[in-house]
Each structure stands twice: as C-alpha cells, then as structure tokens.
Write a protein that binds this ligand. Structure first.
Ligand code: SF4
Length: 475
C-alpha cells in the first residue's frame, strides 16, 4: 500500500458543529455529489434528489445534524464560511417551501421529511457511517453515489482507495510512531520540524505557517465566544451552558471586548492548581458548547473532541508563559502528526472505535504537542501520546439522545487534563524504561475498537444513552 499522505490541514479543518463524521463529512459528501453533476453539465436536468443515511448516521443523525448538513451541502454552501447564524433559517425555509436550490443554481422540489431517509436497521459493510445520494433526471435516468464519512470530516467515495492525495511523495513518509522516530533520529530534527518538511511538499513554508495561525484564530474565537455565551443548548435535552458561568465566577463581572484583553485578565489571577484546572475545564467546555450549538469550530481531530487541543494550547500559552506564534505552529504540527498516525494505525471515527477514537486521540495529540513545546525529546513526545491513549483505552461512545452534549462536553475537560498529566509524566520520565510503546497502544486501541460492542460506537443504543432517563421537549 502507498503511504497515506495526510497534511496538518486535513486533520485541522474549519467547519460547523456538532460532529465531524456526522455533520462535516456528510456535508462535504453532498457538496461533492452535486458538484460532480454540475461539472458534467447535467445540474439543470435534475428533477429529484434523495438521500439515504445508514448505520450510525441514521441512528444518531438527527442529534448530530446530519440531515441539516446534507441539505446545506446539496446547496453547495461552504462549512468554512457559511454564516452559522443562518443555518436554522435556511433549513426552515427548505422545510416550509419544500424546495431546495441545488448547488445554489437549480431549484427543485425537496421535502426533507421524505427525501432524507434514516435507515436505522441497515448498515453498509465498509463503514458504519454510510450515505447514498440519488438524483433523477428529466430523461428518466438515475444516478446514485455512496460515500463513507470515516471520521474527522474525511470522506471516501465507494470504490475509491482511502488514500489522501494519491501521487504525493513526502520526504519523510510516516505510517507509525516508529517511522516518525526513525526520521527524527536520522535527521536530528524535532517532531514538528519533520512534519514541516513534509508540509513543504504541498506548499511554501509561509503558507503553512499562515494557515495554522488562521486555524488558531478560529480556535481562540470559538473559546472566547463559548466563554461569553449563556443559555441552554439546542436539541431538547435542556443542557445548560456552563463555560460562561465559570468564566464569570473566575473573572467577576468585568466584561472584556476581545480575546487579548480577556487572556490578560486571566493571567492576573496567578497559576494556582485549582485556578489553572478551572480554566482548562472552562476552555474545553466553551469550545464544545459552541460545537453543540452548531457554532464554528475546528476538527481536532473531530468536532466532538474539538475542545481538548484548544484547551491544552491555551493552558500552555497562559499558564506556561508560552505565547509565541512559533510555539503555536510547533504545537499544531506535532498534534497533527500524532492524529494522522492514529488515523492510519487505528481510527479517529467513534462509529468504528468509540470515544477512545475521538477524545482519546485528541488527548494523545495534545499530550505530544505540549511535550514538544515544553522542550521534551522526540521520544518523550511519543511517550506522552502513549500515556494519554493508554488511559483512554476502551472509552465508549454513548451520547444521550444522539446529541453531542452528554457526555461529550465534559469529556473534553477530562481529555485535556489527562493530556497535561501525560505530558508532565513523560517529561519527568525516561522513555528507556517505558513498557508500552506508542505503536503498541495504537494496535491495542484498534483491537479494542474491533472487539467493542456496536452499542458503544455512536449508536446511542447502549451506556448512558439508555440508562439516563430523558424527556425531550417537542422540537
Ligand atoms: S461520546 Fe465521545 S465519541 Fe461519542 S459523540 Fe461524544 S465526544 Fe464524540
């Protein structure tokens, strides 16, 4: 098999919550389907479109906004730039008019209630997150395409090889932690430098740096917004937003207009253990509350786990005095490589591996990245990722009511704290005495994923999802 070439911008993608596999992936699949038809010159001949959702996309698709995502994708709206405040009015208009404008150009009849089918008893063999699009044309022909949303917003069209950017030859091909360590040893480069050399294959260094800082801007503003937005999350579970309340408890009633002055105020509070812990939790809660509200977030490596990396990076910047663009870039490059190794060796899809594949992976990515920016050796960087994942093994995915809220939002605080602990442990340890290698834990995670009962893989048919009584209001 050729090496899978995954860039930092494949792991960190700007989009809209609440789920990378159930929202962003299906959105991109719908866009790809409709744009393919448009490119073939047949868009204006479409008379009808139907969408079939299988497996986990059917079981938790309503709570994860999959139906909303495919409609916006069929309209060719872009998840990176689409106004998050316009999501609800746009889908309400489609539902009330029973009309949709395909690719923003060709209007047809479309009733989301009947033209999007949730086939909860059917699962396609390749992956639990399958979806098919069917288009009918004026001459009676029909075209059908099936896609799989394989986690983190990545999609694969049926029949395609799961290889990102075929034909790319990287100077340092990496499929495993051993490969990464091999290149670090051979060149003497830090993990982030090896990754940057690979990124240089795709684009000039300056563009990679600017792109990473643009992603960091989205993460910062997402955290700031989440820390200043109160109320109840959508979906009917009536989950109260907590980040803004905690922010107020920690900083008092003073209002800060922008991120920089807010961060300056946080710094004045010192760095006691309890204060630091509260802030790390607050950052993670803030991002995931934004995610649950269809806000603008960055996959890291998924939307459900989007809070861990921003929380740990803000911990480093604010409480370890680590503010510099170079450090942010170093952090993000390291984190992305670890995410990509987990994707290649196991999975970053909760429908395949439970929450160990989401919050577990994000925690490992953050632990490695924090260790790198705190001056750890390459082996300590890998050791930190190993420790973080070792203590997420077997973590199930059982979101209540199929919403990315409980346990997801709090779980990101746990992932962030474990990442910091894992990094600190690695920095205080010698990898010579480590009993478990990173590749060993990745293989264990994958075996655990395969053994895990389907009920705990983003189906909401087991765990908290069936043991917590809920009364969803009609919505
Ligand atoms: S339980 Fe974990 S994996 Fe499942 S939806 Fe929530 S954050 Fe994602």
């Amino acid at each position: 098999m050729p090496h899978e070439a995954i860039s930092v911008f494949d792991i960190f993608k700007i989009g809209i919550g609440p789920s990378s596999s159930h929202t962003l992936g299906p959105w991109r699949a719908a866009q790809r389907f409709i744009l393919n038809i448009q490119r073939s010159g047949e868009l204006s001949k479409i008379t009808a479109v139907r969408v079939l959702l299988y497996g986990s996309l059917a079981k938790t698709g309503i709570g994860h906004g999959t139906d909303i995502a495919v409609q916006l994708g069929l309209c060719n709206d872009d998840p990176v730039t689409f106004d998050v405040n316009a999501v609800s009015s746009k889908v309400s208009d489609i539902a009330s008019m029973k009309r949709i404008v395909l690719a923003g150009k060709h209007e047809i009849n479309f009733d989301p209630l009947t033209d999007i089918e949730f086939l909860i008893t059917e699962t396609l063999p390749f992956h639990p997150n399958g979806l098919s699009f069917l288009a009918s044309f004026t001459d009676g022909r029909q075209v059908a395409e099936t896609f799989y949303s394989v986690g983190g917003g990545f999609i694969i069209k049926e029949g395609e090889q799961p290889v990102v950017r075929k034909g790319i030859e990287l100077p340092f091909p990496i499929d495993s932690a051993d490969d990464l360590l091999h290149w670090c040893r051979r060149t003497g480069l830090a993990v982030s430098d090896v990754v940057m050399e690979n990124e240089n294959t795709w684009r000039p260094d300056i563009e990679t740096r600017e792109g990473i800082l643009a992603i960091w801007e989205v993460m910062k503003h997402c955290t700031f917004r989440g820390c200043h937005t109160s109320g109840t999350l959508p979906g009917g579970l009536n989950v109260k937003r907590r980040a803004a309340e905690l922010n107020k408890k920690l900083l008092g009633d003073l209002v800060y207009d922008d991120y920089q002055s807010w961060v300056a105020a946080i710094r004045t509070g010192g760095n006691s253990f309890k204060y630091t812990l509260d802030w790390v939790s607050c950052f993670a809660l803030a991002v995931n509350e934004e995610n649950a509200s269809f806000g603008r977030v960055v996959t890291a490596p998924t939307n459900g786990a989007a809070g861990v990396i921003p929380a740990v990076l803000q911990y480093f910047i604010i409480f370890c005095d680590g503010h510099s663009n170079d450090k942010v870039i170093q952090f993000m490059l390291t984190a992305s490589e670890l995410g990509s190794i987990f994707k290649k060796g196991a999975t970053i899809s909760a429908a395949m591996g439970g929450c160990q594949a989401e919050v577990g992976v994000s925690s490992a990515m953050a632990a490695a990245a924090l260790t790198e920016v705190l001056g750890g050796t390459q082996r300590q960087v890998l050791m930190a990722a190993e420790i973080a994942m070792e203590h997420h093994l077997g973590l199930t995915c059982d979101p209540i009511a199929g919403l990315v809220q409980v346990p997801c939002i709090e779980r990101n605080t746990m992932g962030a704290i474990k990442a910091i602990t894992a990094s600190q442990l690695a920095l205080q340890s010698s990898p010579d005495f480590a009993k478990v290698s990173l590749d060993g834990v990745i293989k264990t995670m994958w075996d655990t994923a395969k053994d895990m009962n389907y009920k705990y893989k983003e189906t909401s048919e087991g765990g908290l999802a069936v043991h917590i009584p809920i009364s969803l209001s009609e919505c």
